[in-house]
Each structure stands twice: as structure tokens, then as C-alpha cells.
Design a protein around this ligand. Structure first.
Ligand SMILES: Nc1ncnc2c1ncn2[C@@H]1O[C@H](COP(=O)(O)OP(=O)(O)OP(=O)(O)O)[C@@H](O)[C@H]1O
Ligand SMILES: [Mg+2]
Length: 377
């Protein structure tokens, strides 16, 4: 059985390779008495064509994390793998090379004041061997996509905050990088321009199989997120895999016993569920085992078998979206049946304590469960 500790684990368990992977990363600023830790034990894997939205209060470490991922600061402690290379210990030249595959949209746009908009965008192409004409055409095309065709020859001092921000977005996208690190890219934009920017980012993620980490406080753009990561005081406190979490909630909601949970209660349960994968014929648990987990079928089928005088008897086949294993947790009794994978089986699993906490959180929920189970063996 393969196990992953959160519902973000499905991609990893299915053999996808992350293109950005923080693992046990710590970071400090300052020296001596002024030395202060700003990132603690960060684990975060980003996969191709994925957009992660990162939120968190001011000072929680969002920019620090992006700056490390972008190779703009040296990794001090822990591991950070970008495009298959360990960043810790790389020399300046190697970091420059990796930065060619990364588009950075800085929080304060960082445009060169002495250059025009198009020259700022073209600069991103200077690291590559395009002809001058090709550079100009690509830069102009990208600026036009961002609605800046009439501002290409303006210097930043003659552009509004939102226009400067769009130039910064054009500069990050023009290279078609495999990774985009965007720090508040829509902060200075109105609704319409913000939408244009996030749509372009989303299009790019799909077309270039790129991973995008997007720091934002802008709730209007949450819909583009494949994942929402929250950082508080330098720690990742929550990571919601949006697609998988929605699916789990949908499955749970369809089960009569969970039907009355609120969306936020269901989301909280979904986030605590770990991913497990079993090969065909493997037993999930045996009749008589102590009950320690609750299960939801993500993919595949499972058979419920009861040990009788004539051996194991099939009593039911469970399908995608169905739950099992809850009864022994509720009744504090051993498993009343054996459950086995019919084919390759993907499950989401909730530990006994989290399951009990979910039930204890809602008295009506517990009543409903008990009513549902009166009548079941
Ligand atoms: N160069 C630096 N030297 C010392 N401390 C720093 C430096 N850069 C950031 N910090 C500190 O690290 C912590 C995290 O800062 P960071 O800029 O990563 O936060 P943030 O989440 O991006 O905040 P905001 O939402 O305000 O942009 C803060 O306490 C900040 O003061
Ligand atoms: Mg910041």
C-alpha cells in the first residue's frame, strides 16, 4: 500500500515529478543577536501545469519563499529542488542558469526606470539567443495581450501603477518559463485587468506545462487555483488541493450521514484525509481488527466479505464515492467484516481521532449518524 500524508499526495503517488520541491526548508535573516527565523520546515511540491495561490498575513514569509524558489537567495537549511536540481550549494553561475527558466513578478514590479516598457520586457529575452527583431516582436505581442499596445514606448515614470504591474507580468511571461513566481501580480489592477492577467497565467500554465506560485490577497482570483497554501509566521498551516478537496466534499455530501455538514465542515474533514493506494486483491482490513480509520473510495472498487462457516462470503461491492469503515469507529467495536480491493483501489482515509473530532464538532451530525446506523448491523 502506498500512503501519502495529505490529499495533495495523489499526484506524487501516481508518479508525477514536482518541478519545484521544498522539503524541510528553514530560513533565517540577520546575523548574531539579530538573527531571526522566517521560514520553518516548509514542505511544498509544485507539479507541471499547476497554479498554487499562496496567502497569509503580512510578514508571514511569502516573498521570502518565492525569492528562494527563484534562486535569488541562497538556501541555508533543508532542501529545495527546482527543475530537478538541488538549489542548496549551487554557485552564482548555476543559479543564473536556473533563473532563465523562471519568470518572476516582483511585489513592487522592479522595472528599470531608464528603459521603456518594451525594453523592460525585451530584457527578459536578453538571456536567450533570439534576434533583435524576434525579441521586439515577442515583447510587443505580450504587451499587446496585456492591453498595453499604446504604452510600449513609455518609461515606468509615465505609467500608472497598474500599467507598470502589467509590464512586469509581460516581462515574466515573455520567455515562456517553466516556473512563474508572482508576488501580488493583481494588487494594483482593477477587476478587468486582474482577470486578463490571471487568465494569461492560467493559459501559460497549461500551454507550457508550467508551475505557478501566485502570492495574493485578492479573493477575486481564487478560482484559478489548483491549490491554496496558507503561510502563517513562516509555517505552511494549510494546503488545500482544490480539485481533490471539492471531489472529496462532493462524495462526502452524497453520503446520507454527511449530507448536513456545512461546506466548511466538509472542507475541514477533506483536508485531513490522507491518500492511500492499494493493488488489486490487497486487504484493507480484516474482520476482527481494531477500527482505526474511516475510508472513502476515490477510484476503484472494494468488496466487503464476512467470515462464515463456509469461508469468506461476499456481502457487498463498494464503488467510487462510497464510504466504509465508519461503524467500528462509532461503536468502538472491532471490524465486522473484511474489506479487500477488487482492482487498483485509491482511497482517502481519515484517522480515528480526526473522524471522532469531526463527529463531536456536530451534535446533530452524531445524532444523524446514530439514526442512520440503527437498523444496520
Ligand atoms: N532582507 C531581509 N532582512 C531581514 N529580515 C527580512 C528581510 N526580508 C524579509 N524579512 C523579514 O522576514 C519576514 C517575512 O517577510 P516577507 O517579506 O517574506 O513576508 P510577506 O509574507 O511577503 O509579507 P507581505 O504580505 O507584507 O509582503 C518579515 O518579518 C520580514 O520583516
Ligand atoms: Mg511579500
Amino acid at each position: 500500500m502506498q500512503q501519502q500524508s495529505s490529499n495533495t499526495g495523489r499526484a506524487a503517488a501516481n508518479g508525477k515529478q514536482p518541478i519545484v520541491n521544498f522539503s524541510g526548508l528553514n530560513h533565517h535573516f540577520g546575523l548574531g543577536d539579530a538573527r531571526r527565523q522566517v521560514l520553518y520546515d516548509v514542505h511544498l511540491a509544485m507539479y507541471p501545469s499547476e497554479i498554487a495561490i499562496m496567502t497569509g498575513p503580512s510578514g508571514s514569509g511569502k516573498t521570502s519563499l518565492l525569492v528562494l524558489a527563484g534562486g535569488l537567495r541562497a538556501v541555508q537549511d533543508g532542501s529545495l529542488n527546482v527543475l530537478g536540481r538541488e538549489m542548496r550549494g549551487l554557485c552564482a553561475q548555476e543559479l543564473v542558469e536556473i533563473r532563465r527558466s523562471i519568470g518572476f513578478i516582483f511585489q513592487f514590479h522592479n522595472l528599470f526606470e531608464s528603459l521603456t516598457a518594451i525594453e523592460n520586457v525585451q530584457m527578459a529575452l536578453d538571456l536567450h539567443s533570439y534576434s533583435t527583431r524576434e525579441k521586439r516582436d515577442r515583447a510587443a505581442e505580450m504587451l499587446a495581450k496585456l492591453g498595453l499596445e499604446h504604452r510600449m514606448h513609455y518609461k515606468p515614470s509615465s505609467l500608472s501603477g497598474g500599467q507598470k504591474q502589467r509590464v512586469a507580468v509581460a516581462r515574466a511571461l515573455v520567455n515562456k518559463p517553466r516556473i512563474i513566481l508572482a508576488d501580488e501580480p493583481t494588487a494594483a489592477l482593477d477587476k478587468e485587468s486582474g482577470r486578463i492577467v490571471v487568465n494569461l497565467l492560467q493559459e501559460h500554465a497549461r500551454a507550457a506545462d508550467a508551475a505557478i506560485i501566485l502570492v495574493t490577497h485578492d479573493n477575486r482570483i481564487l478560482d484559478v487555483a489548483d491549490r491554496i497554501v496558507t503561510l502563517i509566521d513562516g509555517r505552511i498551516v494549510s494546503r488545500v488541493e482544490v480539485g481533490e478537496t471539492n471531489l472529496i466534499c462532493e462524495f462526502l455530501r452524497k453520503c446520507p450521514v454527511f449530507a448536513n455538514q456545512s461546506p466548511s465542515e466538509l472542507t475541514e474533514i477533506a483536508q485531513k484525509m490522507a491518500y492511500e493506494k492499494y493493488p488489486s486483491r490487497e486487504v484493507i482490513f480484516h474482520q476482527g481488527d481494531p477500527g482505526d480509520k474511516f475510508y472513502l473510495i476515490r477510484e476503484g472498487q472494494a468488496e466487503v466479505l464476512i467470515d462464515g462457516p463456509d469461508g469468506l462470503k461476499l456481502v457487498r461491492t463498494l464503488e467510487r464515492g462510497e464510504i466504509f469503515g465508519e461503524m467500528s469507529l462509532l461503536k468502538h467495536q472491532p471490524r465486522s467484516a473484511t474489506v479487500r480491493a477488487v482492482n487498483q483501489l485509491e482511497l482517502y482515509v481519515l484517522g480515528r481521532d480526526d473522524f471522532r473530532a469531526a463527529i463531536d464538532n456536530s451534535v446533530s451530525f452524531r445524532d444523524q449518524l446514530l439514526r442512520t446506523y440503527a437498523g444496520r448491523s
